[in-house]
Design a protein around this ligand. Structure first.
Ligand code: ARG
Ligand code: ZN
Length: 880
């Protein structure tokens, strides 16, 4: 087993010894041998630097030439390895270093640095990709002004793009080559550098900023896909306007460019003025994209655009501060989508994602603080904790301060730190200084890993008309953190009275309560509300006001009452989910014991009440009718997880609900039918979501008429949302009819890679014993491509991450398959490999047989020779 290199620690941060003020880059583009000339103006930043030793970082770099102030550096004055360039005798004053390197974009399968995707040259530099282009001070606190010159064969790359504004372009006389020069006046770290060159289609538009500046907007894509970029363009303009309206933040260059590429390790990248996107987050049309895809395009376009301020104008001092830009920017894109769509439905969807992705991370071996303090491989820290929990922390800050003071803090942060590489301390100080609020206890959210648990107990004293509420917080140990301190948690709440309205109270003691927020700051607090007119049903954690688990002793009938009356839509949804989860946990135990499952009648009543309530928006009703997933149940159980028993319990409950709701499912389905025009807006999407949810619930009966209805729904669909929903319903039920429908779907979209990803995902998530063999066979299918991350994630990622019963087969074959696959892919694309292996993160919670098999597969990976640092890091921490 390979041992790891020394880790990076937050406490070891030192300001850079040298700094780089300007960077001039020249790219002579050629697929196997691109020549890069980087001209850097460098100056010493510390006394230590004046001793003359300069170290620049590289990664697989081939050095071709080195000049200092125009003179070739003698061999005795430098040492160059592929990962480090050391100059031993640089001047005390400012100097210019010219570095010539050769890179091979065609052979770059890691998709970091400069690579080719479908014949287009593109770059990905965050976090540490720039060092694969040239030797550099590749760290986010070195901010320079970049000028980029690109030169390529005209036929190979008619389009030449880089950060900033276009300066000059033209032909190279006597050749079939041309060039373009771009200049970015805003100092930036190297991770925000980007260039793109290729033969691409484009759509253009314009935006006038609030101060009246005219900005040209362009979205580039593969030829023939231009029409699919219009929704992204619309989302971009709405994002630009929203950031002006809500945060007063205006765009700053003359042009904003987005490029959609088909090979991309992540979602998208906020390079200054030149965002590069995974094409799945740009392209959308009704025949190929679902409502969920439209919402994702809107959200990711907004996210990357919002980074222009929270990320680019104010960047991170070091990678430990990643949440400074990511958590804040996720919060901003979530707020944007809430304003564009239904706030309640967006919140439910975001909390579902948080609970599905972040909670298991926080509860397992990969747990880390929102601001990590140690890492081996930074690529592995682009996590749900940094992003999604990071956004929750910003949301709590807003709840604690209130909207007006939150905005004051944001304004001060931007004013103070524009142009800086900042820290979480800087961020919090801006809010504390703008408002006078002490945030020192709140800061623990950034350093303590794990999901806090809150236990709530309430008691009403009829005679005294007082209500006593005891809240106790605790936080389990996580890797490297055994002792935790109580945190400051905003608990949004209401006391629901007998008529369903929130009750007033005369006074409260035992803690600070601001309007509808309890400030929980102690390990345990007892709040006494006086003058409460009747026995309340407590509605706690409204809007999921803190990322915690709440345990509350509340009866099924109170939950049913809450589902009917709570003025907070999130908690209405939560009440039904809690009822369902109790049933599912009990049902799983009954499955294991071989007893018949029982169904709580209050649950059917609650679901029926929401279904029939026409004052509730359809999208909300769809969310309520969707039961917790198998993975949600596994997480709730937390130990000795038997995925087969969970799946059986869930199937049994779905059948009971389907039968219990009876022909109301058909009736509501019919009422929602007949819409043929497709509009991607949230209201139309909500009607489709409800109709598709009803179809799915009806099929839980597996009756011939329900099967026929699903097949008809598939045949009659006039958009991808409905077509895919029918297909998912049929495949999730593992009906024998699935083969023909999946094949028909494949053939219809045989030339559309993004739709084929949906097909691969459905194939990989069928809950049937032959799925693993099918997945293996699909690895050889012409529609699959072993080096494209989207294909890999669609097939293998979905199998391992979203097929609970088949990945976790009792014979361990699912684990062995993932291990073999990962060992092979690791040689080509370590980042994507490491991400796939995160599917093992909850292995310790499995029942003993599966646990042993998962561990054996992990140990086999760990024992392999030549693992990438990415994969070694994930496997080591998962086993620790
Ligand atoms: N900053 C990008 C975002 O907006 C993510 C890029 C991460 N890339 C990587 N290779 N780790 O979320
Ligand atoms: Zn981001």
């Amino acid at each position: 087993m390979k041992t790891e290199a020394a880790p990076f620690r937050l406490e070891d941060y030192r300001a850079p010894a040298f700094t780089i003020d300007t960077v001039a880059l020249d790219f002579q583009l050629d697929p196997p041998a691109t020549r890069v000339t980087a001209t850097l103006s460098i100056r010493a930043n510390t006394e230590e630097a004046r001793k003359g030793r300069l170290e620049l970082i590289g990664d697989e770099i081939v050095l071709k030439g080195l000049k200092l102030d125009g003179v070739a550096v003698p061999a005795s004055h430098y040492i160059a390895t592929p990962s480090l360039l050391t100059l031993t005798d640089v001047p005390k004053g400012p100097f210019t270093l010219e570095i010539e390197t050769i890179v091979d974009p065609a052979a770059n399968t890691k998709l970091m640095g400069l690579y080719r995707t479908s014949g287009t040259y593109c770059t990905q530099c965050e976090a540490e990709g720039f060092r694969r282009i040239t030797y550099f001070l590749d760290r986010p606190d070195v901010l320079a002004v970049y000028t980029t010159r690109l030169e390529a064969e005209k036929s190979d790359a008619p389009i030449l793009l880089a950060n900033g504004n276009p300066v000059e372009s033209g032909d190279i006389p006597g050749t079939d080559r041309h060039f373009a020069i771009w200049h970015d006046p805003f100092p930036k770290p190297s991770y925000l550098f980007a260039m793109v060159a290729g033969d691409l289609g484009v759509i253009t538009d314009r935006f006038t900023t609030m101060s009246g500046r005219d900005v040209e907007l362009r979205i580039y894509c593969e030829h023939g896909k231009e029409a699919r970029c219009t929704y992204a363009m619309d989302a971009l303009k709405r994002s630009m306007k929203w950031d002006e309206d809500v945060f007063g933040l205006e765009y700053d260059l003359d042009i904003f460019v987005i490029v959609a590429v088909s090979d991309f390790n992540m979602g998208a990248m906020e390079n200054k003025g030149l965002n590069v996107f995974n094409d799945k987050y740009v392209l959308a049309d009704p025949d190929a994209a679902t409502d969920a895809d439209y919402a994702n395009v809107e959200g990711v376009i907004a996210h990357e655009y919002f980074h222009n301020w929270t990320g680019n104008r104010i960047t991170c001092r070091d990678w430990f501060q990643l949440c400074l830009k990511e958590g804040l920017t996720v919060f901003r894109d979530q707020e944007f989508s809430s304003d564009m769509r239904s706030r309640a439905v967006k919140r439910i969807a975001d909390v579902r994602t948080l609970q599905a992705r972040q909670f298991p991370e926080d509860g397992g071996p990969l747990a880390h603080p929102v601001r990590p303090e140690i890492y081996h491989e930074i690529s592995n820290f682009y996590t749900p904790t940094v992003y999604e929990k990071g956004a929750e922390v910003v949301r709590m800050l807003k709840s604690i301060l209130g909207p007006d003071d939150f905005r004051k803090g944001m304004d001060l942060y931007v004013k103070r730190h524009d142009g800086d590489a900042a820290t979480i301390e800087d961020f919090l100080a801006s809010f504390a200084d703008a408002t006078g609020v002490d945030l020192s206890q709140f800061k623990l959210w950034y350093s303590q890993a794990g999901t806090p648990q809150i236990v709530a107990r309430g008691a009403y004293d009829e005679a005294a008309k007082s209500y006593k509420l005891t809240l106790t917080q605790s936080l389990a140990a996580t890797p490297g953190q055994s002792q935790k301190r109580p945190m400051h948690m905003p608990i949004r709440f209401g006391l629901i009275g007998p008529n369903g309205d929130d009750m007033d109270y005369a006074s409260v003691s035992g803690g600070r309560v601001d309007r509808d927020i309890i400030h929980l700051t102690e390990a345990s607090q007892t709040l006494v509300f006086e003058g409460v007119g009747g026995r309340p049903v407590p509605s706690l954690l409204r809007g999921f006001s803190a990322p915690v688990r709440l345990a509350i002793d509340i009866s099924a009938s109170d939950l049913l009452f809450q589902a009917r009356t709570d003025t907070d839509p999130f908690n209405r949804w939560q009440a039904v989910q809690t009822l369902a989860m109790r049933n599912l946990v009990a049902g799983t135990a009954e499955q294991i014991a071989g007893r018949a499952p029982k169904v709580e009648p209050a649950l059917i009543d609650a679901l029926g009440g929401v279904l029939d309530n026409d004052t509730l928006e359809p999208a909300f009703r769809a969310q309520v009718l969707q039961l917790p997933s198998e993975a949600d149940i596994a997480r709730e159980l937390g130990q000795d997880v038997d995925p087969e028993a969970i799946a059986a319990a869930r199937t049994a409950l779905r059948l009971a609900i389907s039968t219990g709701l009876g022909d109301r499912l058909e009736r509501h389905y019919a009422r929602l039918s007949g819409e043929t025009d497709f509009h991607p807006d949230a209201t139309s999407a909500g009607r489709r979501a409800l109709r598709n949810t009803l179809l799915d619930l009806r099929l839980a009966r597996r009756s011939p008429d329900a099967i026929a209805a699903a097949l008809t729904h598939f045949e009659a669909a006039t958009n991808m949302t409905d077509r895919l929903a029918a297909l998912a319903t049929i495949t999730q039920a593992a009906l024998p009819e699935r083969r023909a429908v999946l094949d028909a779907f494949h053939d219809r979209y045989a030339n559309d890679a993004l739709v084929l990803d949906k097909w691969l995902t459905l194939e990989a998530t069928v809950p049937a014993p032959d799925t693993l063999d099918r997945v293996k066979a699909l690895l050889k299918h012409p529609s699959y491509s072993p080096n494209n991350p989207n294909r890999v994630r669609a097939l293998v990622g979905s199998f391992a991450g979203a097929n609970q019963t088949q990945f976790n087969r009792a014979d361990g074959a699912g684990y062995d398959f993932l291990a073999d696959f990962a060992l092979d892919l690791d040689k080509r694309n370590p980042q994507t490999t490491a991400r796939l292996l995160v599917s093992f993160r909850s292995w310790r919670a499995l029942e003993p047989v599966r646990r042993a098999r998962a561990e054996a597969a992990l140990r086999r990976i760990a024992a392999a020779k030549d693992l990438s640092p990415d994969t070694l890091d994930i496997v080591t921490r998962t086993l620790a």
